[in-house]
Design a protein around this ligand. Structure first.
Ligand code: PLP
Length: 553
């Protein structure tokens, strides 16, 4: 592959600007060549335009020869812009990038008036080389990959990355800003194999130098020379150079910090997964986590009130509902978790909720208030033989709840102690709230579940239950009773039960029933509700798509 033929014509033809310091590169002497102020203050001299000392140091550290290293004086963002300027004729040439990914590719493309096509990653943010390459046109000069990817946090499959490099007729820019946090060495050692590969790395992340703006592009000597030719001549200033050289000596210290951050990342994942608002923590090979939460904007705002700033990525296609959380120090991470755990507002009557989501699709929720003390453990996919126990102190209510368990195929431990001496109201209402919360929690991120439920005849009665976990909360109730009570339950409480359940489970619930026998009628409602629940929560094996065209529930 002739890389030079990919250059823009003006870059191919131009001679580099030669600085005063190009002509003489020694360290000692009387410098009367660059019209500087001769009185020393530590920065009265121009810096080395070719960053020889930094390149030598990085060359030793990364095992890449100096002529394959470009040093960017404004981080690797500078390299991204320069690559467009080396390769892309404005308004003619094109570039490709994965999506979601780092925003700078789009900014640099727009600045250079180059059309950028963004190719959505496959499910679970996987790179599909064929799909990606299919989006290239004969005018596509640059293809941006980012691994580990920002904001999805995952390492792209190296085999797929390699297929893109081999299959693309232009230059592949592989952004490895986060590679130090991954359990993979990246592609630097394979630079010789691929003349069309540019690897970007930065000192802004793992190396702790975001404030001084240094980044690198590693590539074949021709590409590096072309970037050198068009960059600003003294883009790395003398203060930055001095700091970089000092910091690069501290590799052992840096490795220790990286190990701490990787360990913190693990702990943070465990802690986040226990929070009821958290639907999904995506796997991370970087120093941040992409986390899908309920009501991301509210969580974001409430964290700001507590002085914790995270990144709201919920409006980015593919990241719906997600916040991006950088792994901080152990103390900062503890503060984050504590703040998030406190976010769920106390319920109006002063009740306290303690919800826990455990492995599989299980949830435990307890709720204690002045009127009731309720504790529920729910399993949506119980192993056979799991026993259920239901005790609310109301015989007929227990009988109805047993219908849900039996006909829905769930396992449920439920104990409710309420102020039955006053009346049944609080016990039934609060049981519904806790049960709804348990369903919501156990469902997790709703991956692979169906949306709608169904209907059931029973003797002379029939009941219709429609159920949607699509996120909107509503109840419709069309059931009339001719008696005030069935067993020990006031009939007016049934509507209230389902209404409270829908609020807590965040579902849309429509119930209608007709029949002469009141007992049959309400039993049919509970059975149909159980069947509808079962259908709605059923997980199709190997289906990881959300049951919504919006990609978000
Ligand atoms: C942070 C980041 C960079 C680079 O930043 P600089 O500070 O400009 O070196 C590059 N790529 C990705 C994906 C990043 O997240």
């Amino acid at each position: 592959m002739d890389i030079r033929s990919l250059f823009r014509a003006n870059v191919r033809e131009m001679a580099p600007y030669s600085t005063a310091r190009d002509e003489y590169a020694g360290d000692l002497g009387i410098y009367l060549d660059a019209n500087e102020n001769p009185f020393e203050n530590g920065f009265n001299r121009y810096p080395d335009p070719h960053n020889r000392r930094i390149r030598t140091k990085v060359s030793e550290m990364r095992g890449v020869s100096s002529d394959r290293i470009f040093v960017g004086g404004n981080g690797s963002d500078e390299a991204i812009d320069l690559l467009f300027r080396v390769f892309c004729e404005p308004r003619e040439d094109e570039a490709l990038a994965i999506s979601p990914s780092y925003g700078m590719y789009r900014v640099a493309a727009a600045t250079n008036d180059v059309r950028l096509t963004e190719v959505a990653l496959a499910e679970e943010f996987r790179l599909d080389a064929d799909r990606f390459l299919a989006a290239a046109t004969p005018r596509t000069k640059l293809a941006f990959l980012c691994s580990p990817n920002n904001p999805s946090a995952n390492l792209l499959d190296p085999a797929e990355v390699e297929r893109v490099i081999r299959g693309f007729d232009g230059v592949v820019v592989l952004d490895e800003a986060y590679i130090d946090f991954a359990d993979h060495e990246g592609f630097l050692s394979r630079l010789d194999e691929f003349p069309n590969l540019v690897v970007l790395q930065t000192l802004s992340k793992a190396w702790g130098m975001a404030g001084i703006r240094i980044g690198f592009a590693f590539a074949g000597p021709e590409i590096v020379a072309a970037m050198e030719r068009i960059k600003y001549p003294y883009s790395v200033n003398v203060i930055t150079e001095r700091l970089v050289l000092g910091e690069l000596e501290k590799e052992a210290e840096r490795r220790e910090q990286i190990a701490v951050l990787v360990d913190e990342r693990k702990k943070l994942i465990v802690a986040l997964e226990r929070l009821p608002m958290v639907r999904r923590v995506f796997p991370s090979d970087a120093n941040f986590l992409l986390v899908r939460v309920d009501e991301p904007r509210r969580v974001y705002d409430r964290l700001i009130e507590r002085g914790i700033i995270v990144r709201d990525r919920s409006r980015i296609p593919g990241c719906e509902g997600c916040l991006r959380l950088t792994v901080g120090t152990p103390e900062e991470n503890a503060a984050l978790i504590e703040a998030m755990a406190q976010l769920d507002e106390p319920t109006p009557d002063g009740a306290t909720f303690t919800p826990v989501r455990s492995g599989g699709r299980r949830a435990t929720v307890s709720r204690r208030s002045r009127e009731t003390d309720i504790s529920i453990t729910l399993s949506l996919d119980p192993v056979s033989g799991s026993e259920s126990q239901i005790a609310t102190g109301l015989g007929f209510f227990d009988h109805m709840l047993e219908q849900i368990v039996h006909h829905g195929g769930f396992a449920l431990q439920l104990s409710a102690r309420g102020d039955l001496a006053v009346d049944e109201h609080h016990t039934i209402e609060d049981t519904a709230l806790v049960l709804g919360e348990a369903f919501r929690l156990a469902l997790g991120d709703k991956r692979g579940i169906g949306r709608y439920g169904f209907a059931l005849p029973m003797d002379e009665s029939r009941a219709l239950v429609l159920l949607d976990f699509g996120g909107r909360i509503a109840t419709r109730w069309k059931v009339e009773f001719r008696r005030e009570r069935i067993g020990d339950v006031p009939t007016e409480m049934f509507e209230h039960f389902f209404d409270s359940f829908a609020q807590a489970a965040r579902c849309n619930l429509h119930i209608a029933a007709r029949g002469r026998n009141e007992h049959h009628k309400i039993e049919a409602v509970f059975k149909a509700f159980a069947r509808a629940l079962r259908m709605a929560v059923e997980r199709k094996p190997l289906d990881f798509n959300l049951p919504s065209s919006k990609g978000l529930l």
